[in-house]
Design a binder for this molecule. Structure first.
Ligand SMILES: [Zn+2]
Ligand SMILES: [Zn+2]
Length: 136
């Protein structure tokens, strides 16, 4: 009798979860479709359902965060799980992490007392890359 298979259930999901965390760390932000495309380079047989389940679980555990959706409305995940603000390019949907709210908070504190800002903002514009393309 062997009890060696007690952790089968856990190890089935783990390689994908750690690969997803690593990919998000490299890219900052990504949709499930991006993650699926990148994961398939290492795991050709990984399915969209597996990726979806892994990202949902990781977000629920607070290991990854939610990022603003891209121009096509696709949900994106964030390697940073703590709340922060974003700059988003209106043309290519590129996201850049910024922290506007901490500065706004101190501005507000000077003007309005007893006010706590908790929301997060997305500032839109055109990124450096898209700006260069236009001027060519
Ligand atoms: Zn852009
Ligand atoms: Zn972010």
């Amino acid at each position: 009798m062997s009890y060696a298979s007690t952790n089968t259930l856990q190890s089935r999901q783990t390689p994908y979860c750690s690969a997803i965390i690593e990919l998000l760390r490299q890219h900052g932000h990504a949709t499930n479709a991006d993650l699926l495309r990148w994961l398939r380079k290492t795991y050709p047989l990984v399915s969209a359902t597996t990726v979806h389940r892994a990202t949902t679980r990781l977000a629920k555990r607070g290991e990854i965060g939610h990022a603003p959706a891209n121009n096509q409305g696709a949900m994106r995940y964030d390697s940073l799980a703590t709340p922060h603000d974003h700059f988003m390019c209106q043309r290519c949907s590129m996201l850049h992490d910024v922290d506007v709210i901490s500065e706004v908070r101190s501005l507000l504190a000077a003007k309005i007392t007893d006010c706590a800002v908790s929301g997060r903002v997305v500032i839109t514009g055109v990124c450096k890359h898209c700006k260069t393309e236009t001027s060519l």
